[in-house]
Write a protein that binds this ligand. Structure first.
Ligand SMILES: Cc1cc2nc3c(=O)[nH]c(=O)nc-3n(C[C@H](O)[C@H](O)[C@H](O)COP(=O)(O)OP(=O)(O)OC[C@H]3O[C@@H](n4cnc5c(N)ncnc54)[C@H](O)[C@@H]3O)c2cc1C
Length: 342
């Protein structure tokens, strides 16, 4: 089937649903594609304590259901499909779903999020949410006066360890190599945290528990003939990086060196007028539900202005500052002029 919409939103995390709430209230009749993980990353967690408006906290899946209902209330069409192909070279933009459905859209909001990288251990997924976490900002509070390990040697791992130092009594930082990948400035800060001990050349081999919670980890160093060691801990924070879900867009949009979509500072605009990005897919820095939701709001407002400026200009679209692509839309059709620096 072929459907047409003023605004297509790709992704059903906090960014996508918030964009949908704003776009539907602005009468843009948005169509939202959920992707394979309806509700996004928060579907994997239990308590969310830091989303404003919930003084007693809320379960991640319940929060996402509330956001879904709120976007439905104003008329968002929610479609369970995964977008597998995009074409931004012509107007309207074209999306193809896994179901084979084609969507023609005047504007696009990309909210496909990011995924944490995991070690791939069997017990890592078993104890996910009951001792294993990928986010200290989200779960650190639950480890007050407890012993934890943080896995990783980059900036993220050190920042996770610093954050945990506010709560945990003992933090073991496991670094696979004999040096950090983290910036020197963060390495220097380590001295301020006597509760963090660094274990170089050390890998996490297994996570042990009673079936309900984590009780210890098994460590192996790269020193020949050295035996594996069991370290009692109650939390495991895996901080070996994230990858943004941008493979679909890599040939169409400018990505930064880490693969995140580049947006014009202070907005959700990508290099293509009419295509906007919000949430974790364009944010390697904050990666929180509330920042994703905030940028979803920005994207919907940007879409609204983009669509109405097209109408006000009676068919001629103004050129985007800081864009490398100039697009001139005439009444009779569309001319896309690429690689024009404004
Ligand atoms: C275990 C865990 C616990 C967390 N706890 C907290 C917390 O307590 N507080 C907090 O603020 N943050 C927390 N976070 C971080 C928070 O979940 C993210 O920052 C937030 O979900 C990002 O929202 P998003 O909308 O950008 O993307 P996501 O939530 O990642 O959603 C991305 C969406 O895009 C969809 N998608 C991807 N590709 C496609 C495609 N090709 N076609 C269609 N759809 C697609 C997916 O199905 C998904 O619905 C946690 C994260 C994790 C993993």
């Amino acid at each position: 089937m072929v459907r047409e919409t003023k605004c297509a939103i790709i992704g059903s995390g906090p960014a996508g649903y918030t964009a949908a709430i704003y776009a539907s209230r602005a009468a843009l009749d948005p169509v939202l594609f959920t992707g394979l993980q309806m509700g996004g990353q928060l579907m994997q967690t239990t308590e969310v304590d830091n989303f404003p408006g919930y003084p007693a906290g809320i379960f991640g899946p319940q929060l996402m259901e509330d956001l879904r209902q709120q976007s439905l209330r104003f008329g968002t069409e929610i479609i369970q499909d995964d977008i597998i192909e995009v074409d931004f070279s012509d107007r309207p933009f074209r999306l193809i779903g896994h179901t084979g459905d084609i969507t023609l859209a005047d504007s696009i909001i990309i909210a496909t999020g990011a995924s944490a990288k995991w070690l791939g251990l069997e017990n890592e997924s078993r104890y996910f949410g009951t001792g294993v976490s990928g986010c200290a900002t989200c779960d650190g509070f639950f480890y007050k006066d407890k012993s934890v390990v943080v896995v990783g040697g980059g900036d993220t791992a050190l920042e996770e360890a610093f954050f945990l130092a506010k709560f945990a009594k003992e933090i073991h930082l496991l670094v696979r190599k004999d040096t950090f990948r983290a910036s020197q400035i963060l390495q220097n800060r380590l001295q301020q945290f006597p509760q963090i001990s660094v274990h170089f050349n050390t890998e996490l081999k297994d996570i042990l528990g009673d079936g309900k919670k984590v009780e210890a980890v098994v460590l192996k160093t790269s020193i020949p003939n050295e035996e594996e060691k069991v370290l009692p801990v109650e939390g495991v924070f895996v901080a070996i990086g994230h990858h943004p879900n941008t493979s679909l867009f890599k040939d169409h949009l400018t990505l930064d060196e880490r693969g995140y979509i580049k947006t014009v500072k202070g907005s959700s605009k990508t290099g293509i007028p009419g295509v906007f990005a919000c949430g974790d897919v364009q944010d390697s820095e904050y990666r929180q539900a509330i920042t994703a939701a905030g940028s979803g709001c920005m994207a919907a407002l940007d879409v609204e202005r983009y669509l109405s400026s097209r109408l006000e200009n009676n068919g001629i679209f103004c050129l985007e500052p800081e864009s490398t692509i100039a697009t001139i839309i005439t009444k009779n059709g569309i001319t896309c002029l690429e690689n024009i620096t404004l």
